[in-house]
Ligand binder design. Structure first.
Ligand SMILES: [Zn+2]
Length: 204
């Protein structure tokens, strides 16, 4: 069973169905429900009326934050080449447990590039789970910490480098000497949420 998924920001208030306007403040609540997390985005009025009382002790929800809604970009801007984020989305959609380590490494890479932000860290069924937000779209990514050992890390980083280079379904190529890993995945992995330096590490 995997705990990871993507939950997009709603375009309208979950409570009153009023569409969000560009730059409107919204409130995101995460509920821990079977079988996964449920996200709810509500407008400021509904927040004040229905939920703010529970915010002090997170009554009924496990995480909460406030954001500013941005109207979706025109479709042309959405077309991207295979970036680390696009790859992470594909891995999450596949929901294949064997990709959990690669997904975790990708999320850490994206956090380092400030393309994802850790909103919450919780323990669920004995596993650490990170709630990441993509700040531009407001999408929320639930990423399970695979608790990688140091001796597993190198192999996972090679897997991620290969996925970034060839995509998920590479043509059946002979297994020859692997290319050198890109510098961006060669750096050691730090704890999510603890990156403090302004830049990525220099490749050595
Ligand atoms: Zn509302």
């Amino acid at each position: 069973m995997t705990d990871w998924n993507i939950q997009s920001r709603a375009r309208a208030c979950t409570a009153c169905s009023k569409p969000f306007a560009d730059r409107e403040t919204y409130h995101t609540l995460l509920f821990d429900e079977t079988p996964g997390f449920r996200r709810s985005d509500v407008c400021d009025a509904c927040w004040q009326k229905q939920y703010s009382e529970g915010a002090r002790d997170r009554k009924g929800f496990i995480s909460y934050w406030q954001g500013v809604y941005a109207a979706p970009p025109p479709p042309a801007d959405a077309i991207k080449r295979e970036t680390a984020e696009a790859l992470l989305r594909k891995l999450i959609e596949l929901n294949d447990p064997s990709y959990i380590p690669a997904g975790y490494i990708l999320a850490v890479m994206l956090e380092r590039k400030r393309l994802l932000k850790v909103k919450e860290q919780i323990v669920r069924a004995g596993q650490r789970v990170f709630i990441y937000e993509q700040p531009a779209t407001g999408d929320v990514f639930t990423i399970t910490d695979p608790a990688l050992q140091l001796n597993q890390l190198e192999q996972v980083q090679r897997d991620v480098a290969a996925l970034l280079e060839h995509g998920l379904n590479p043509p059946t190529a002979p297994e020859t000497a692997p290319a050198a890993a890109p510098a961006e995945v060669a750096a050691p992995i730090a704890e999510p949420g603890t990156q403090s330096g302004p830049e990525e590490q220099e490749p050595s």
